[in-house]
Design a protein around this ligand. Structure first.
Ligand code: TNX
Length: 506
């Protein structure tokens, strides 16, 4: 007897029945169906070294034993869900294109090489996500990652059924997307990154290429322009838009410990300090700037969301911050997008109705964080849960790990797995849109560094976001076994991962 939780699947599916025996996949296996998911399947199977799969037109052929049939039927499952059965042949029925894509990802995890060659277990799976928002965030501001690297990140995360890619496009260290109406942003503020490493930026065509690739992998791109703090780079390009740097005690202490430079007005900032910069809140020119940037970004972003930042504006008075939050969220609404903001913006009484909050406090909230987050719900919005001591992919795995930070916690895989998004805040469960795992890039100089921090912990966040809270296998003892089975897939894709101890890697 094989149990659901013994299938080599992450995230664990909502429901599965497993039968004895396996269906071989051979050089005669054909894939019926012309959907983009068919191309994803044949290409990934080839990278794994499985027998070559040929695609055929579903309407012109009847499935032979061993074939794989892909089709869409809105009644097959809930949105983004799928039905997958392996019998004499394989059938994947997606509720929509996304569901078909996720069914294919499940098939690719089930597909294994044994003594008898490549095969699939006999299963019936009915699967659909728990949360609609299953996000990852990549900080391309502290270090820049080019289009090819972001595509690679999209491929590896969408394979775990993540469906939101939040790009943190601007910060003190650099501005990473071209804006026609304010051309100096990229001309003067994109060449460097944290620690003095080279920078870079996306042209509008680059950005559209990322959007198109994300869309093809069913990931909605959420661009973030971080305001009103985290804006030192804005001042390097347009000094008239920003205040003088605020050299707070924490910043001075940090710069001494790390030997990093303090921010100097008009000069590129290379340290990791936060909370020292702000745009000029009471100048109308600032809102011309915000309006132009939001408009140009909204024009090239098909998804419904635009993130306006709002974190750690330590140099801004509460009154000024509230004023800015109200105006900036309304500018996003006027541009036709749903504003998303870090939870601090909830403190502002007047944020636009429906603004979505991103909670980045702890699993057990401290200070005013819970109240600020709850305010988004009172204003008709909802919440994305990024509890820092569980989801932060830039925290170290253990004290000795060479990459990452520790301010929120040291996060081993079990800590990343053992948390419940609806249990953090005192808001109705329905107000929780889902989760997001951020990768801040102060310490990651290359995409390989990024992947070492992201994998395997992103797999834990993927399961939290996708799998039913009380479903079979949704527990650590099962997860650690299933996680180990992802190693050959990551190796075949060239995805770097940290082979943490106490996971049985295969
Ligand atoms: C806090 S969490 C930040 C970022 C840093 C990160 C490092 C949040 C909204 N802001 O500016 O990069 O910590 O872990």
């Amino acid at each position: 007897m094989v149990f659901t939780h013994q299938l080599p699947l992450v995230p664990v599916p909502a429901a599965a029945v497993v039968h004895e025996g396996r269906m071989p996949i051979t050089a005669t296996t054909r894939v019926h169906g012309s959907s983009p998911a068919a191309d994803v399947l044949t290409a990934a199977a080839a990278r794994r070294g499985a027998p070559p799969l040929t695609s055929v037109d579903a309407s012109a052929h009847t499935p032979a034993p061993g074939d794989i049939v892909l089709r869409i039927d809105a009644d097959a499952a809930a949105s983004e869900g799928y039905h997958l059965s392996v019998g004499t042949h394989v059938e994947i029925i997606g509720a929509d294109e996304a569901g078909l894509f996720y069914g294919v990802q499940t098939l690719l995890q089930l597909l294994r090489e044994g003594d008898e060659g490549w095969s699939l277990p006999y299963v019936e799976i009915d699967d659909a996500p728990r949360f609609t928002h299953r996000g990852v965030m990549l900080d391309v501001a502290r270090h820049f990652f080019d289009v090819a690297e972001v595509k690679r990140f999209i491929d590896a995360t969408s394979a775990l059924k993540f469906n939101r890619l939040h790009l943190h496009l601007t910060d003190d260290q650099g501005w990473r997307v071209h804006i026609d109406s304010w051309p100096l942003l990229t001309e003067r503020s994109s060449a460097t990154s944290a620690g003095g490493d080279p920078g870079g930026f996306y042209t509008k065509d680059d950005y559209r290429e990322i959007v198109a690739h994300a869309t093809s992998r069913h990931m909605v791109l959420i661009p973030e322009i971080d305001l009103p703090g985290h804006t030192h780079a804005v001042g390097v390009a347009y000094p008239e838009l920003v205040e003088a740097p605020v050299l707070n005690d924490a910043l001075v202490a940090q710069s001494e410990t790390l030997g990093q430079p303090l921010p100097v007005a008009g000069e590129t900032y290379l340290g990791w300090g936060v909370g020292h910069s702000s745009v000029r809140i009471r100048e109308e020119r600032t809102y011309d700037f915000v309006r132009d940037v939001v408009r140009e970004l909204a024009e090239m972003t098909p998804g419904p969301y635009l993130h306006i930042g709002g974190d750690e504006s330590l140099g801004t008075s509460q009154e000024d911050f509230d004023h800015f939050a109200a105006r900036a969220t309304q500018i996003v609404v006027d541009a036709g997008k749903i504003p998303v903001a870090w939870h601090e913006m909830g403190a502002a009484g007047g944020i636009a109705e429906g603004t979505i909050g991103q909670y980045w406090g702890m699993k057990v909230p401290t200070g005013s964080h819970a109240a600020e987050a709850a305010h988004f719900v009172e204003r008709g919005g909802a919440l994305i849960m990024s509890a820092a001591d569980a989801t932060y992919l830039d925290m170290k795995y253990d004290e000795e790990f060479p990459l990452g930070l520790t301010w929120a916690a040291v996060i081993d895989v079990r800590t990343a797995y053992d948390w419940e998004p609806t249990a953090v805040l005192d808001v109705p469960d329905a107000a929780i849109l889902g989760t997001e795992a951020p990768l801040w890039s102060e310490t990651t100089r290359t995409i390989d560094d990024v992947e070492l921090l992201v994998f395997p912990r992103a797999a834990a966040e993927a399961e939290i976001a996708w799998s039913p809270q009380h479903g079979e296998g949704r527990e650590w003892s099962s997860f650690r076994e299933r996680l180990g089975t992802l190693a050959p897939l990551w190796k075949a894709e060239g995805t770097r991962f940290h082979p943490v101890a106490d996971i049985p890697w295969s």
